[in-house]
Design a binder for this molecule. Structure first.
Ligand SMILES: [Zn+2]
Length: 116
C-alpha cells in the first residue's frame, strides 16, 4: 500500500524539506537585529511583516504536508476524506497534499461542504 504512493511520498518529503529550510531562513530573517535610521527601520518593519505572513503560510503548508504523509502511513492517502472516493491522479499530481477530491474541494470552496 505504501509502495503505491511512493512517488507522492518522495515528492511530499522533498517539498517538506524545502519548506522547512525556507521557514528556518525566514525565522532567521525576522530575528535580525533592528538598527539604522528611520527609513531602515520602516523598511525592516514591512519586510518583517512580509516574513511573518510568509512564515504563517509556510507553516500551514508544512502541516498539510505532514498530514498527507500521515495519510500515506495510515493508508488513507488518495481517498477523499469527505466522500471516500479516490482522488484523481491529476489532482494529486497538481496538489499532492490534497485530502479532498476536486468536486468536494469545489464544494468546500463554495462553503457547501460540512467540515469532514
Ligand atoms: Zn470527495
Amino acid at each position: 500500500m505504501i509502495h503505491r504512493w511512493k512517488k507522492y511520498q518522495e515528492l511530499l518529503e522533498a517539498r517538506r524539506r524545502e519548506i522547512a529550510e525556507e521557514l528556518a531562513s525566514k525565522r532567521a530573517q525576522i530575528a535580525i537585529e533592528r538598527g539604522g535610521d528611520e527609513l531602515d527601520r520602516m523598511r525592516n518593519f514591512s519586510e518583517r511583516e512580509l516574513a511573518i505572513r510568509t512564515i504563517d503560510r509556510l507553516s500551514a503548508l508544512l502541516a498539510q504536508l505532514d498530514l498527507a504523509l500521515e495519510r500515506i502511513r495510515e493508508g488513507t492517502f488518495g481517498t477523499c476524506r469527505a466522500c471516500g472516493r479516490p482522488i484523481g491522479a491529476r489532482r494529486l499530481n497538481a496538489v499532492p497534499w490534497s485530502s479532498l477530491c476536486l468536486p468536494c474541494q469545489e464544494a468546500a470552496d463554495r462553503g457547501d461542504l460540512e467540515a469532514a
